[in-house]
Write a protein that binds this ligand. Sequence first.
Ligand SMILES: Nc1ncnc2c1ncn2[C@@H]1O[C@H](COP(=O)(O)OP(=O)(O)OP(=O)(O)O)[C@@H](O)[C@H]1O
Ligand SMILES: Nc1ccn([C@@H]2O[C@H](COP(=O)(O)O)[C@@H](O)[C@H]2O)c(=O)n1
Length: 414
Amino acid sequence: MLKRAMFRCGPLCSRVFAVEFDLHTKPLYFTLSSSPQVLHGDHQQLFGDCGKLFSLYVHSENRIEKARMYAEIKHKLSTRGCDVFEASSFMPNVRNSVLKGFFVRDKSTTCLSKEVLKSLQQQKVSVCVFSYEREGQHCWQEMWSAVNHVEESVKQYIKPAAAAEHHPSTLSISNSDVFYCMDEAYKVLQECADIIPESKEVLKLVDEQLKTTRGNGFPVIVIEGLDATGKTTLTEALRQSLNATLLKSPPQCLAPFRQRFDSEPPLIRRAFYALGNYITATHIAKESLRAPVIVDRYWHSTAAYAIATAVGGRVENLPKPDSELYVWPEDLLQPDLVLLLTVSPEERVRRLRDRGQDKTTEEAELEINQLFRLKVEEAYKRIQNPSCITVDASPSPQEVLKQVHHLIRNKCHL
Ligand SMILES: Nc1ncnc2c1ncn2[C@@H]1O[C@H](COP(=O)(O)OP(=O)(O)OP(=O)(O)O)[C@@H](O)[C@H]1O
Ligand SMILES: Nc1ccn([C@@H]2O[C@H](COP(=O)(O)O)[C@@H](O)[C@H]2O)c(=O)n1
């Protein structure tokens, strides 16, 4: 059964495996071979003689179940004192061929991870588990089963492989981390309506919005940036000085649901934020007929955070700058100007501390995760049509406002 699940996604011998062994370098790639292969360097270290090694991959035809199971496994394994590395199995350049999973190094004497793996294999979502054994300089993997009996289990040797041209996670970002049309995000919330009743309320709010296209109105200016870069301060100052309407994405009507969706895996969480942008878009269309509109976060935020989270490790793993993953959704109202506020990491942390407020978990991670912060900012900068203009937000609020007025005058003739 396990094997069949894996084979449905392509035969094992045509798959490449990637393990995020060291987040500061490329993932380690390997394929499977019927003959022994000598391991060197990082591969030798990964499969080295240190603890019991397993990898597991989650498969299900139901993407909601799959996403939730993946999040649950991550949580279960990380509380067990094992080294857990994100892993994936994919067919090079084949979209949606990615099976996400984990590589586990269990150094405990009682092999704690086995307990977790056993319980996982009893779930209705398929979890393919492999165990690894060393033989001199070689290492082989075979299917692992909680009952120690796997039909037709074959030993397959680990064969180091060259790095893939594109990080494997980029093969599955479209319409599972970033949504390129409203219908795709809408479908996700429809699919989880039974397990997350709040989805129905969110969809009702989306349905209530009139599908508006923007007429010839006042300029629409979006202010983007990481937390504590000064968006609230600047947008409020712009509202006053330009006599503008201030909007946010997600909009206020979604505030009661935000915490609920923030605790869900990326597929569901990102669909929620994507729909928030479409609701804000209808507000923009309406308000821009009356006055200039300032928007605090919009699609750039949704896409940049989603891409940076989906892609593990370093900035170089992000989709290439010309990737279609940075393209603005055709059905989403475009603003006239997008400004990205940036400050140094030290200044941002100082501002976060001074403010002394609670942060979302993701933002708490940002504070300690410099790699992630760099990836979010880089993803912001790669988004196209409209692309954003970077504003150095380190000077005083008055100075930043002056710079931004200058840009608005030049670009929007306000
Ligand atoms: N130009 C500035 N110089 C110094 N401090 C600033 C500046 N702009 C804002 N601050 C201060 O930094 C903190 C964060 O600012 P603000 O709330 O405007 O950021 P934000 O980007 O809206 O954050 P969030 O996304 O979390 O809402 C606040 O305490 C604010 O007073
Ligand atoms: N349009 C948006 C707005 C926000 N997000 C997500 O929310 C987090 C930041 O929001 P704050 O209220 O803390 O500023 C961030 O983690 C984004 O993932 C979004 O996706 N789209």
